[in-house]
Ligand binder design. Sequence first.
Ligand code: TRP
Length: 338
Amino acid sequence: MGFMNKTTVLTGISTTGTPHLGNYVGAIKPAIAASRSSEVDSYYFLADFHALIKCHEPETIRQSTLEIAATWLALGLDTERATFYRQSDIPEISELTWLLTCHTAKGLMNRAHAYKAAVQDNIDADEDPDHGLTMGLFSYPVLMAADILMFKAQQVPVGRDQVQHLEMARDIAQRFNHHFGELFVLPDALVDDNVAVLPGHDGRKMSKSYGNTIPIFEPEKKLRKAVMRIVTNSLEPGEPKETKDSALYSIYAAFASPAQRLEMQQAFADGIGWGDAKQKTFELINAELVPARERYLELMEDPAQIESVLAQGAARARAVATPFLQQIRHAVGIRPLA
Ligand code: TRP
């Protein structure tokens, strides 16, 4: 930690829902791999304050936080290297959110896609434009800016949908720096267009909103069933098959080594039956997940172990956040009187 030449990489994981194979392939696996590099100083956190915006069910918030923490730990996030914490354990983030709020142009927030889409939905439904909207949704980008700026993150791996939030974080930081001196580092969004987008069993992108997800740690039998449900076509065994546009092949490929991919391409050309191809796909995914699944179940049985890992992460994060927040307080004039 803390070498001058390391890049600070930070990303937040909204604690809503149960992590699925699309999250695994598209975000979790690459993030865990990246965090192993000695070139980076990485921060990963559970964005539970962000989750409160979308979810008003206390037990769902808790359950999702537990599942997501257990998932990252079970999949091998190295918490000695990476700082892994829960947003709500860092009171400095909430305080910074307010300090930033006081310097964030309302007009900037008016332009946020997520907020604008919610307003548009209301207008389309002939409702009051603000119907059902909370200040949480409106201020979401300021909280996210605080998450990022607090740790002087240089690179923030996110999906395309979050790029605007990163631009807003830069705007907010710039305006603050302009007024109070160079306190904040301007972060860059890191959007990886090469990561696999995993289809669900219906062939559309695997996503909670399509209801086509496969949870990462589904028991083996259910995982097998889910794979057997993936859409194919009516070609018989012995008939050559195309890998292009095959959801089954895409899913296989996301878990396969280059050599295994070539083998499966050949098998398709040679007319492998769909049942066989599905069985091979199930075996491949399952083999990758077996060891992690055991750790996951252990962790889910022992939330105290997760709490203690998160407490260590929070202590490390606060060792950075507390002095920096003091500096920011001082800059804006929240200072000792004597
Ligand atoms: N808004 C992000 C999402 O929905 C989650 C998030 C919260 C985040 N704070 C962050 C991502 C800070 C990167 C940096 O995916």
